[in-house]
Design a protein around this ligand. Structure first.
Ligand code: FES
Ligand code: FES
Length: 159
């Protein structure tokens, strides 16, 4: 029998203390322990990007991290970014430009897109494509997603 380990971390600005099994991944911890089900789990081996979260300021694939590795870390999920209003304009652009259909990829796509717009306020379409190339979408064909990210970058530059 493997004993749980204690972890303490910040999730969306709130302190969380928990006991986790050493093998539990961060995505499952967020979804099952904290009910933050906006973090989606698709491939479970680091390919699709559906499980993307912000971890100490950088984006990571939470299916490839253990929950125990998040001890003392700061994690932001799509719920945190959404509730804070940080990505409200990006979310509106996705809606307006039909950049989501089933929505499965959308949380990871939004977090990755916001990561790019924080790094580069004026990304061209090729840069957007490259930055989002680790996030798979089976519905949209990507063009509308790139349109939405490009439009958000442009709108932020004039505001
Ligand atoms: S579920 Fe993590 S990359 Fe696909
Ligand atoms: S909107 Fe369905 S997978 Fe992207």
């Amino acid at each position: 029998m493997i004993a749980p380990v204690p972890i303490s971390l910040d999730v969306n600005g709130e302190r969380v203390e928990a006991q986790v099994l050493p093998r539990q991944n961060l995505a499952d911890f967020l979804r099952e322990h904290l009910a933050l089900t906006g973090t989606h789990v698709g491939c479970e081996h680091g390919v699709c990007g559906a499980c993307t979260v912000r971890f100490n300021g950088d984006i990571v694939r939470s299916c490839l991290m253990l929950a125990a590795q998040a001890h003392n870390a700061s994690v932001q999920t799509i719920e945190g970014l959404s509730d804070s209003g940080e990505i409200a304009d990006l979310q509106a652009a996705f809606r307006e430009r039909n950049a989501l259909q089933c929505g499965f990829c959308t949380p990871g796509m939004l977090i990755a897109a916001q990561d790019l717009l924080r790094l580069d306020a004026a990304p061209d379409r090729e840069r957007i494509r490259t930055h989002l190339s680790g996030n798979y979408c089976r519905c949209t064909g990507y063009q509308a997603i790139i349109d939405a990210v490009e439009a958000t970058g442009k709108a932020r530059r004039v505001s």
